[in-house]
Ligand binder design. Structure first.
Ligand SMILES: Nc1ncnc2c1ncn2[C@@H]1O[C@H](COP(=O)(O)OP(=O)(O)OP(=O)(O)O)[C@@H](O)[C@H]1O
Ligand SMILES: [Mg+2]
Length: 359
Protein backbone atom coordinates (compact mmCIF):
# COMPACT_ATOMS: atom_id res chain seq x y z
CA UNK A 1 0.00 0.00 0.00
CA UNK A 2 0.99 3.61 -0.32
CA UNK A 3 2.89 4.16 2.89
CA UNK A 4 3.92 7.61 1.81
CA UNK A 5 0.38 8.92 1.60
CA UNK A 6 -0.83 10.51 4.79
CA UNK A 7 -3.48 9.12 7.04
CA UNK A 8 -3.64 5.78 5.32
CA UNK A 9 -3.82 3.77 8.50
CA UNK A 10 -6.86 5.80 9.47
CA UNK A 11 -8.30 5.23 6.03
CA UNK A 12 -7.94 1.48 6.32
CA UNK A 13 -9.50 1.39 9.73
CA UNK A 14 -12.56 3.35 8.74
CA UNK A 15 -15.57 1.39 7.60
CA UNK A 16 -16.43 4.05 5.03
CA UNK A 17 -12.91 4.40 3.63
CA UNK A 18 -12.90 4.16 -0.15
CA UNK A 19 -9.51 2.43 -0.34
CA UNK A 20 -9.17 -1.33 -0.17
CA UNK A 21 -8.74 -2.74 3.33
CA UNK A 22 -7.23 -6.06 4.29
CA UNK A 23 -10.52 -7.83 4.79
CA UNK A 24 -11.92 -6.50 1.49
CA UNK A 25 -9.46 -8.34 -0.68
CA UNK A 26 -10.76 -11.86 -0.26
CA UNK A 27 -14.33 -10.74 -0.89
CA UNK A 28 -13.61 -8.45 -3.77
CA UNK A 29 -12.23 -11.24 -5.89
CA UNK A 30 -15.48 -13.16 -5.45
CA UNK A 31 -17.75 -10.16 -6.02
CA UNK A 32 -16.07 -8.66 -9.07
CA UNK A 33 -18.17 -8.64 -12.22
CA UNK A 34 -16.41 -10.72 -14.89
CA UNK A 35 -18.06 -9.34 -18.03
CA UNK A 36 -19.18 -5.89 -19.15
CA UNK A 37 -22.79 -7.07 -19.00
CA UNK A 38 -22.40 -7.81 -15.29
CA UNK A 39 -21.06 -4.32 -14.53
CA UNK A 40 -23.75 -2.22 -12.88
CA UNK A 41 -24.03 1.49 -13.68
CA UNK A 42 -21.35 3.54 -15.51
CA UNK A 43 -23.49 3.09 -18.61
CA UNK A 44 -21.56 5.47 -20.81
CA UNK A 45 -18.17 4.00 -19.93
CA UNK A 46 -19.52 0.51 -20.45
CA UNK A 47 -20.90 1.33 -23.91
CA UNK A 48 -17.77 3.13 -25.00
CA UNK A 49 -15.54 0.35 -23.81
CA UNK A 50 -17.70 -2.29 -25.48
CA UNK A 51 -17.33 -0.38 -28.74
CA UNK A 52 -13.55 -0.10 -28.42
CA UNK A 53 -13.24 -3.83 -27.73
CA UNK A 54 -15.74 -4.97 -30.36
CA UNK A 55 -14.21 -2.78 -33.05
CA UNK A 56 -10.75 -4.12 -32.35
CA UNK A 57 -12.01 -7.69 -32.36
CA UNK A 58 -13.83 -7.10 -35.66
CA UNK A 59 -10.67 -5.67 -37.21
CA UNK A 60 -8.58 -8.46 -35.83
CA UNK A 61 -6.25 -5.93 -34.20
CA UNK A 62 -5.39 -5.06 -30.64
CA UNK A 63 -7.51 -2.32 -29.05
CA UNK A 64 -6.25 1.14 -28.23
CA UNK A 65 -4.58 1.71 -24.88
CA UNK A 66 -7.18 2.45 -22.21
CA UNK A 67 -6.88 4.78 -19.24
CA UNK A 68 -9.30 4.22 -16.36
CA UNK A 69 -9.55 7.19 -14.09
CA UNK A 70 -11.60 7.86 -10.98
CA UNK A 71 -11.71 7.73 -7.19
CA UNK A 72 -10.86 4.52 -5.26
CA UNK A 73 -13.35 1.67 -5.18
CA UNK A 74 -15.37 2.55 -8.28
CA UNK A 75 -14.28 -0.36 -10.47
CA UNK A 76 -11.01 0.41 -12.25
CA UNK A 77 -9.32 -2.90 -11.44
CA UNK A 78 -12.59 -4.67 -12.19
CA UNK A 79 -12.77 -3.10 -15.66
CA UNK A 80 -9.12 -3.89 -16.39
CA UNK A 81 -9.79 -7.55 -15.66
CA UNK A 82 -12.92 -7.47 -17.78
CA UNK A 83 -11.04 -5.97 -20.73
CA UNK A 84 -8.57 -8.86 -20.71
CA UNK A 85 -11.40 -11.31 -20.19
CA UNK A 86 -13.47 -9.99 -23.11
CA UNK A 87 -10.41 -10.15 -25.35
CA UNK A 88 -9.54 -13.62 -24.06
CA UNK A 89 -6.10 -12.16 -23.54
CA UNK A 90 -3.67 -12.79 -20.72
CA UNK A 91 -3.52 -9.95 -18.19
CA UNK A 92 -0.16 -8.90 -16.86
CA UNK A 93 -0.57 -6.88 -13.71
CA UNK A 94 1.86 -4.34 -12.35
CA UNK A 95 1.68 -0.96 -10.67
CA UNK A 96 3.36 2.43 -10.72
CA UNK A 97 5.07 1.99 -7.36
CA UNK A 98 6.48 -1.36 -8.51
CA UNK A 99 8.12 0.30 -11.52
CA UNK A 100 10.78 2.49 -10.02
CA UNK A 101 13.41 1.93 -12.68
CA UNK A 102 12.92 1.96 -16.42
CA UNK A 103 14.54 -1.48 -16.38
CA UNK A 104 11.66 -2.88 -14.31
CA UNK A 105 9.26 -1.89 -17.05
CA UNK A 106 11.58 -3.03 -19.84
CA UNK A 107 11.68 -6.44 -18.20
CA UNK A 108 7.91 -6.66 -18.19
CA UNK A 109 7.45 -5.34 -21.72
CA UNK A 110 10.13 -7.50 -23.26
CA UNK A 111 8.11 -10.54 -22.22
CA UNK A 112 4.87 -9.31 -23.76
CA UNK A 113 3.19 -11.44 -26.42
CA UNK A 114 0.89 -10.19 -29.17
CA UNK A 115 -2.50 -9.10 -27.82
CA UNK A 116 -1.50 -9.19 -24.15
CA UNK A 117 -3.12 -6.69 -21.82
CA UNK A 118 -0.67 -4.98 -19.46
CA UNK A 119 -2.47 -3.46 -16.49
CA UNK A 120 -0.55 -0.68 -14.74
CA UNK A 121 -2.37 0.28 -11.55
CA UNK A 122 -1.60 3.66 -9.94
CA UNK A 123 0.11 4.61 -13.17
CA UNK A 124 0.64 8.17 -11.90
CA UNK A 125 3.20 6.82 -9.43
CA UNK A 126 5.68 5.51 -11.99
CA UNK A 127 9.13 7.08 -12.13
CA UNK A 128 9.90 9.60 -14.87
CA UNK A 129 12.36 7.40 -16.80
CA UNK A 130 9.87 4.54 -16.72
CA UNK A 131 7.18 6.86 -18.06
CA UNK A 132 9.36 7.80 -20.96
CA UNK A 133 10.04 4.19 -21.77
CA UNK A 134 6.32 3.53 -21.62
CA UNK A 135 5.46 6.30 -24.14
CA UNK A 136 7.77 4.73 -26.65
CA UNK A 137 6.45 1.25 -26.05
CA UNK A 138 2.85 2.42 -26.36
CA UNK A 139 3.43 4.36 -29.54
CA UNK A 140 6.07 2.45 -31.44
CA UNK A 141 5.89 -0.98 -29.82
CA UNK A 142 9.57 -0.76 -29.14
CA UNK A 143 11.70 -0.46 -26.01
CA UNK A 144 15.33 0.40 -25.64
CA UNK A 145 17.01 -2.11 -23.43
CA UNK A 146 20.06 -0.61 -21.78
CA UNK A 147 23.01 -2.93 -21.64
CA UNK A 148 25.94 -2.09 -19.41
CA UNK A 149 26.38 0.79 -17.02
CA UNK A 150 27.75 4.33 -17.04
CA UNK A 151 29.29 5.91 -20.14
CA UNK A 152 29.76 2.53 -21.80
CA UNK A 153 26.08 1.67 -21.63
CA UNK A 154 24.34 1.09 -24.94
CA UNK A 155 20.67 1.07 -25.82
CA UNK A 156 19.55 -1.92 -27.82
CA UNK A 157 16.16 -1.37 -29.43
CA UNK A 158 13.83 -4.28 -28.98
CA UNK A 159 10.62 -4.70 -30.95
CA UNK A 160 7.58 -5.76 -28.99
CA UNK A 161 4.43 -7.18 -30.55
CA UNK A 162 1.25 -5.08 -30.49
CA UNK A 163 -0.31 -5.12 -27.04
CA UNK A 164 -2.67 -3.01 -24.98
CA UNK A 165 -1.84 -0.96 -21.93
CA UNK A 166 -4.64 -0.46 -19.44
CA UNK A 167 -3.67 2.22 -16.96
CA UNK A 168 -5.59 3.02 -13.78
CA UNK A 169 -5.28 6.19 -11.77
CA UNK A 170 -7.07 8.01 -8.99
CA UNK A 171 -5.18 11.17 -9.98
CA UNK A 172 -5.39 11.65 -13.74
CA UNK A 173 -4.23 15.23 -13.21
CA UNK A 174 -0.83 13.96 -12.09
CA UNK A 175 -0.18 12.16 -15.37
CA UNK A 176 2.13 14.06 -17.68
CA UNK A 177 0.21 14.98 -20.81
CA UNK A 178 2.48 13.06 -23.22
CA UNK A 179 1.57 9.89 -21.34
CA UNK A 180 -2.11 10.79 -21.13
CA UNK A 181 -2.16 11.50 -24.87
CA UNK A 182 -1.00 8.01 -25.71
CA UNK A 183 -4.17 6.46 -24.41
CA UNK A 184 -6.67 6.12 -27.25
CA UNK A 185 -9.54 5.92 -24.82
CA UNK A 186 -9.99 7.37 -21.36
CA UNK A 187 -12.82 6.18 -19.16
CA UNK A 188 -13.72 8.56 -16.37
CA UNK A 189 -15.53 6.66 -13.64
CA UNK A 190 -17.95 8.55 -11.50
CA UNK A 191 -19.66 7.94 -8.17
CA UNK A 192 -22.66 5.61 -8.43
CA UNK A 193 -26.30 6.50 -8.08
CA UNK A 194 -28.08 4.92 -5.08
CA UNK A 195 -30.18 2.67 -7.33
CA UNK A 196 -27.04 1.25 -8.92
CA UNK A 197 -25.45 0.65 -5.53
CA UNK A 198 -28.64 -1.09 -4.53
CA UNK A 199 -28.31 -3.37 -7.55
CA UNK A 200 -24.67 -4.01 -6.66
CA UNK A 201 -25.36 -5.07 -3.06
CA UNK A 202 -28.29 -7.15 -4.23
CA UNK A 203 -26.03 -8.94 -6.69
CA UNK A 204 -23.33 -9.38 -4.02
CA UNK A 205 -25.89 -10.76 -1.56
CA UNK A 206 -26.91 -13.29 -4.20
CA UNK A 207 -23.31 -14.38 -4.70
CA UNK A 208 -22.80 -14.69 -0.93
CA UNK A 209 -26.17 -16.50 -0.56
CA UNK A 210 -27.53 -13.85 1.84
CA UNK A 211 -31.16 -13.12 2.54
CA UNK A 212 -31.17 -9.39 1.78
CA UNK A 213 -34.49 -7.62 1.45
CA UNK A 214 -35.14 -4.82 -1.05
CA UNK A 215 -35.38 -2.14 1.64
CA UNK A 216 -32.31 -3.55 3.37
CA UNK A 217 -30.40 -3.19 0.09
CA UNK A 218 -31.66 0.37 -0.36
CA UNK A 219 -30.58 1.27 3.16
CA UNK A 220 -27.05 -0.04 2.63
CA UNK A 221 -26.84 1.68 -0.78
CA UNK A 222 -27.83 5.04 0.73
CA UNK A 223 -24.98 4.89 3.22
CA UNK A 224 -22.29 3.79 0.75
CA UNK A 225 -21.00 7.17 -0.41
CA UNK A 226 -21.48 6.37 -4.07
CA UNK A 227 -18.80 3.66 -3.87
CA UNK A 228 -19.32 -0.06 -4.64
CA UNK A 229 -16.41 -1.09 -2.45
CA UNK A 230 -18.02 0.61 0.57
CA UNK A 231 -21.41 -0.88 -0.33
CA UNK A 232 -19.95 -4.38 -0.32
CA UNK A 233 -18.15 -3.72 2.96
CA UNK A 234 -21.29 -2.41 4.67
CA UNK A 235 -23.13 -5.46 3.39
CA UNK A 236 -20.67 -7.67 5.22
CA UNK A 237 -21.11 -5.74 8.47
CA UNK A 238 -24.88 -6.04 8.17
CA UNK A 239 -24.47 -9.74 7.48
CA UNK A 240 -22.44 -10.14 10.69
CA UNK A 241 -25.17 -8.44 12.63
CA UNK A 242 -27.97 -10.41 10.98
CA UNK A 243 -26.27 -13.75 11.53
CA UNK A 244 -25.99 -13.09 15.24
CA UNK A 245 -29.17 -11.13 15.93
CA UNK A 246 -31.89 -11.69 13.33
CA UNK A 247 -31.42 -15.28 12.28
CA UNK A 248 -29.79 -14.22 9.02
CA UNK A 249 -32.39 -11.88 7.56
CA UNK A 250 -30.81 -8.66 6.27
CA UNK A 251 -33.81 -6.38 6.30
CA UNK A 252 -34.26 -2.65 6.79
CA UNK A 253 -34.19 -2.87 10.58
CA UNK A 254 -31.06 -5.04 10.58
CA UNK A 255 -29.30 -2.71 8.15
CA UNK A 256 -30.20 0.35 10.19
CA UNK A 257 -29.27 -1.09 13.54
CA UNK A 258 -26.03 -2.64 12.31
CA UNK A 259 -24.86 0.51 10.56
CA UNK A 260 -25.75 2.67 13.52
CA UNK A 261 -23.71 0.30 15.63
CA UNK A 262 -20.76 0.87 13.30
CA UNK A 263 -21.41 4.61 13.42
CA UNK A 264 -22.25 5.08 9.78
CA UNK A 265 -25.11 7.54 9.57
CA UNK A 266 -27.90 7.74 7.01
CA UNK A 267 -25.73 9.66 4.54
CA UNK A 268 -22.70 7.46 5.10
CA UNK A 269 -20.94 9.90 7.44
CA UNK A 270 -18.78 8.24 10.06
CA UNK A 271 -17.54 9.44 13.41
CA UNK A 272 -14.71 11.54 12.01
CA UNK A 273 -16.91 13.24 9.42
CA UNK A 274 -19.46 14.13 12.10
CA UNK A 275 -16.78 15.28 14.52
CA UNK A 276 -15.44 17.66 11.88
CA UNK A 277 -18.90 19.02 11.14
CA UNK A 278 -19.75 19.40 14.83
CA UNK A 279 -16.50 21.19 15.58
CA UNK A 280 -17.03 23.45 12.61
CA UNK A 281 -20.59 24.36 13.56
CA UNK A 282 -20.59 24.13 17.36
CA UNK A 283 -17.08 25.33 18.22
CA UNK A 284 -16.38 27.73 15.37
CA UNK A 285 -19.85 29.05 14.61
CA UNK A 286 -19.78 27.53 11.12
CA UNK A 287 -16.40 29.02 10.18
CA UNK A 288 -14.48 30.22 8.37
CA UNK A 289 -11.78 28.35 10.24
CA UNK A 290 -8.42 27.06 9.09
CA UNK A 291 -8.12 23.33 8.50
CA UNK A 292 -5.24 23.00 10.97
CA UNK A 293 -7.35 24.52 13.74
CA UNK A 294 -10.20 22.25 12.79
CA UNK A 295 -7.90 19.23 12.91
CA UNK A 296 -6.68 20.13 16.40
CA UNK A 297 -10.28 20.50 17.53
CA UNK A 298 -11.12 16.93 16.47
CA UNK A 299 -7.78 15.54 17.65
CA UNK A 300 -6.62 14.42 14.20
CA UNK A 301 -3.80 15.17 11.82
CA UNK A 302 -4.49 17.91 9.35
CA UNK A 303 -3.98 15.45 6.47
CA UNK A 304 -6.56 13.10 7.89
CA UNK A 305 -9.17 15.84 7.96
CA UNK A 306 -8.19 17.17 4.57
CA UNK A 307 -7.93 13.92 2.68
CA UNK A 308 -10.31 11.61 4.46
CA UNK A 309 -13.17 13.63 5.88
CA UNK A 310 -13.34 16.69 3.67
CA UNK A 311 -13.72 15.25 0.16
CA UNK A 312 -17.02 13.58 0.96
CA UNK A 313 -18.26 16.55 3.03
CA UNK A 314 -17.47 18.82 0.09
CA UNK A 315 -19.16 16.40 -2.30
CA UNK A 316 -22.29 16.44 -0.14
CA UNK A 317 -22.26 20.22 -0.15
CA UNK A 318 -21.78 20.34 3.63
CA UNK A 319 -18.42 22.01 3.74
CA UNK A 320 -16.82 24.62 1.55
CA UNK A 321 -13.12 25.35 1.25
CA UNK A 322 -12.91 29.12 0.98
CA UNK A 323 -9.86 31.38 0.83
CA UNK A 324 -10.54 32.33 4.45
CA UNK A 325 -10.94 28.79 5.71
CA UNK A 326 -13.53 26.04 6.01
CA UNK A 327 -17.17 27.00 6.13
CA UNK A 328 -20.22 24.89 7.03
CA UNK A 329 -23.16 25.22 4.66
CA UNK A 330 -26.76 25.48 5.91
CA UNK A 331 -27.23 21.84 4.84
CA UNK A 332 -24.49 20.81 7.27
CA UNK A 333 -26.17 22.62 10.16
CA UNK A 334 -29.46 20.99 9.33
CA UNK A 335 -27.87 17.52 9.09
CA UNK A 336 -26.64 17.98 12.67
CA UNK A 337 -30.13 19.04 13.71
CA UNK A 338 -28.97 22.63 14.28
CA UNK A 339 -30.37 25.89 12.96
CA UNK A 340 -27.98 27.62 10.57
CA UNK A 341 -27.13 31.12 11.75
CA UNK A 342 -28.40 34.03 9.71
CA UNK A 343 -25.77 34.81 7.09
CA UNK A 344 -24.56 31.23 6.66
CA UNK A 345 -25.52 31.45 2.96
CA UNK A 346 -23.64 34.69 2.50
CA UNK A 347 -20.33 33.30 3.73
CA UNK A 348 -20.38 30.83 0.86
CA UNK A 349 -19.94 33.56 -1.69
CA UNK A 350 -16.20 33.43 -1.01
CA UNK A 351 -15.90 30.52 -3.41
CA UNK A 352 -16.50 26.88 -2.97
CA UNK A 353 -13.45 24.84 -3.75
CA UNK A 354 -10.08 26.32 -3.13
CA UNK A 355 -7.72 23.46 -2.34
CA UNK A 356 -4.93 24.55 -0.11
CA UNK A 357 -6.91 27.58 0.93
CA UNK A 358 -5.83 29.25 4.16
CA UNK A 359 -5.01 26.90 6.97
N1 LIG B 1 -19.81 -1.46 -11.60
C1 LIG B 1 -19.70 -2.36 -10.64
N2 LIG B 1 -20.63 -3.32 -10.49
C2 LIG B 1 -20.52 -4.20 -9.50
N3 LIG B 1 -19.53 -4.24 -8.59
C3 LIG B 1 -18.59 -3.33 -8.69
C4 LIG B 1 -18.61 -2.34 -9.71
N4 LIG B 1 -17.54 -1.56 -9.58
C5 LIG B 1 -16.87 -2.01 -8.52
N5 LIG B 1 -17.49 -3.07 -7.97
C6 LIG B 1 -17.10 -3.79 -6.77
O1 LIG B 1 -16.29 -2.94 -5.98
C7 LIG B 1 -15.05 -3.56 -5.69
C8 LIG B 1 -13.97 -2.53 -5.85
O2 LIG B 1 -13.76 -2.27 -7.22
P1 LIG B 1 -12.29 -2.14 -7.83
O3 LIG B 1 -11.31 -2.93 -7.06
O4 LIG B 1 -12.38 -2.44 -9.29
O5 LIG B 1 -12.04 -0.59 -7.59
P2 LIG B 1 -10.82 0.32 -8.06
O6 LIG B 1 -11.40 1.44 -8.82
O7 LIG B 1 -9.81 -0.52 -8.76
O8 LIG B 1 -10.25 0.86 -6.68
P3 LIG B 1 -8.74 1.33 -6.32
O9 LIG B 1 -8.61 2.74 -6.82
O10 LIG B 1 -8.69 1.29 -4.82
O11 LIG B 1 -7.80 0.38 -6.96
C9 LIG B 1 -14.94 -4.74 -6.64
O12 LIG B 1 -14.46 -5.87 -5.98
C10 LIG B 1 -16.33 -5.03 -7.09
O13 LIG B 1 -16.86 -6.09 -6.34
MG1 LIG C 1 -7.88 -1.04 -8.17
Amino acid sequence: MNDDEPGLSDLEESIVAPVVGTDDRAYEAALRPRTLEEVVGQDRVREQLALVLDAATARGSVPDHVLLSGPPGLGKTTLAMIIANQLSAPLRITSGPAIQHAGDLAAILSGVMEGDVVFIDEIHRMSRPAEELLYMAMEDFRVDVIVGKGPGATAIPLEIPPFTVVGATTRAGLLPSPLRDRFGFTAQLDYYEPQHLQQIVTRSAGLLALDLTVDGAAEIAGRSRGTPRIANRLLRRVRDYAEVRTGGVLDLAAARTALELYEVDDLGLDRLDLAVLRALCASFGGGPVGVSTLAVAVGEERETVEEIAEPYLVRLGFLARTPRGRVATPAAWRHLGLTPPAGAEVQLSFGDDVPGAQS
